[in-house]
Design a binder for this molecule. Structure first.
Ligand code: 4AD
Ligand code: MG
Length: 477
């Protein structure tokens, strides 16, 4: 007898076939109908047992959450809602699940409650769907780059440099925290630490990726990224995954083209390959919307929103144009923004980004040519001497989903910038070397993977699109 998974059986027309299926009970009705799920699809398979032939002690142990192995015959279903079902000939209880203790009952649980039970939430329809879409997106991303001649690059997780210069890093150290070695000045002596210097968890693989773009031409990273920013928002994690392509000889226009095409293609992939999960998530959002006041409901259903992104060009706007739009906007004049825009050079907050995307342009926007002083040191300076070739892709409901730039490839300009910012050259000598030996125009960007998963699934909180979220005061599991 062959073992199949639920997804295979639901597509099978091989009736009267003897099969084995293993999975977890979602519901058990009328001492007869087991809805079994094994994670292969959002759908359950109905397994119909013969009450008379099933011992009572087995019947009692068929409870929500229990793991079963079922032997039976695949038949055309008599009931509504499914085409096939399994006529059970034998049941083995692989693992009991005490109904008085199992937290995931067949009813609606709040996302907050499920976050506290993150080790079990994968067994709900919502989290099963989200994690399958997440996995499909991962595959689509690798496929996108590999099929276009990019090489996947593993950049280090432990680093000695602060790529973004924001200083929001987690220290990696094996020094005795209670009694660290001190130098003559009374400061912690990191030369005695494991690596002989200060090291941290990486905030970006970009700087290392740049060196390999100057060797392999087109590379991309897809790895864990760590930021110790104390932002308790629905869009920030302390540990998240970032995709960072880096391409030799690409200028900013080519970089914008790549980011737009990339996002569209991977969304297309999930639309084609995650139909059941997306249909469920769309319904979930429609239900959720019903409990919201009218002005907070989504303007588009999930699938419509995904198609909208694929079918429309992203609007490309300079910072200066966006600044003018914002300064003259109603919420700015009526002081509805928390941060009022009046001086060129101000950093844009998420309220401004969302105004541009959701109210003004009503489509994804790529903002570019930002003021140099609000962006990282490695971005290429424009001829105006005050803006850099930076770009941010802004999405409805999400805000910034991509940040990238054309890199400063001129040794002198880069060195001047590093000196002006007081960055220790000893940290970045190898990065400067790439500008000494065969330097060339190159560009890249970083896409926050969880923000993409949020967009594709419609989940409002970033903590619900990663299996085990890491955020301030939260590292259970
Ligand atoms: O804009 P960021 O900081 O850019 C970089 O790190 C560049 N080195 C990328 C590059 O050019 N190779 O981060 C890139 C993206 C953001 O647009 C956002 O989507 C995501 O990473 N991101 C976060 N996602 C979740 N939680 C956080 N704390 C995030 N910080 C950034
Ligand atoms: Mg950014």
């Amino acid at each position: 007898m062959q073992r199949f998974n639920v997804a295979e059986l639901l597509q099978s027309e091989n009736y009267l076939q003897e099969i084995i299926i293993k999975g977890w009970v979602r519901t058990f009705r009328s001492n007869r109908f087991i809805a079994l799920n094994d994670g292969s699809t959002i759908k359950n398979i109905q397994c119909v047992i013969n009450f008379e032939n099933t011992p009572e002690d087995i019947l009692k142990r068929i409870t929500t959450g229990a793991a079963l192995s079922i032997k039976g015959t695949l038949v055309e279903s008599q009931g509504k809602g499914q085409t096939v079902e399994v006529q059970v000939s034998d049941i083995e209880i692989l693992g009991d699940s005490n109904p008085d203790e199992y937290p995931i009952q067949p009813k609606k649980h709040s996302l907050e409650f499920l976050r506290e039970n993150a080790h079990l939430r994968g067994r709900t329809n919502t989290f099963g769907a989200v994690m399958r879409v997440r996995s499909a997106l991962t595959f689509a991303i690798h496929q996108y780059f590999v099929s276009r001649g990019f090489y996947n690059l593993h950049t280090p997780i432990i680093t000695g440099s602060d790529a973004e210069g924001a200083g929001e890093m987690f220290r990696v150290s094996t020094l005795d925290q209670k009694n660290p070695p001190l130098n003559d000045a009374g400061e912690i002596d990191y030369s005695k630490d494991f690596f002989g210097k200060e090291t941290n968890l990486t905030v970006s693989g970009q700087l290392e990726a740049e060196t390999y773009a100057m060797a392999l031409g087109k590379v991309y990273t897809f790895g864990p990224t760590f930021r110790a920013e104390n932002s308790n928002t629905s869009r920030h994690l302390a540990e998240f995954w970032m995709i960072e392509p880096e391409v030799a000889f690409n200028d900013l226009d080519a970089n914008m083209d790549l980011s737009e095409d990339f996002i569209k293609e991977v969304i297309k992939y999930v639309l084609e390959n995650c139909k059941d999960d997306l249909a469920f998530l769309e319904q979930r959002l429609i239900q959720e919307d019903k409990s919201k006041p009218a002005n907070q409901r989504s303007e588009m259903a999930l699938l419509e929103k995904l198609h909208f992104v694929i079918d429309n060009n992203f609007k490309r706007v300079t910072y200066t144009e966006a600044f003018d739009i914002l300064r003259n906007s109603k919420p700015n004049k009526k002081k509805k923004f928390k941060y009022i825009i009046n001086e060129w050079g101000a950093d844009l907050q998420s309220e401004h980004e969302r105004f541009l995307v959701e109210k003004h342009f009503k489509c994804p926007v790529i903002l570019f040519d930002y003021p140099a002083n609000i962006k990282a040191f490695y971005m290429r300076l424009n001829d105006d001497g005050k803006t850099v070739r930076a770009m941010d892709v802004l999405f409805p409901g999400i805000g910034e989903i991509v940040g990238g730039s054309q890199r400063e490839e001129r040794f002198d300009v880069l060195k001047e910038k590093i000196d002006a910012l007081g960055i220790d050259e000893k940290e970045l000598w190898w990065y400067l070397d790439t500008r000494k030996f065969g330097t060339a125009v190159h560009s890249g960007f970083g896409l926050g993977f969880e923000r993409l998963v949020q967009f594709a699934t419609g989940m409002g909180n970033i903590r619900d699109v990663i299996p085990f979220p890491r955020a301030p005061q939260s590292a259970e599991f």
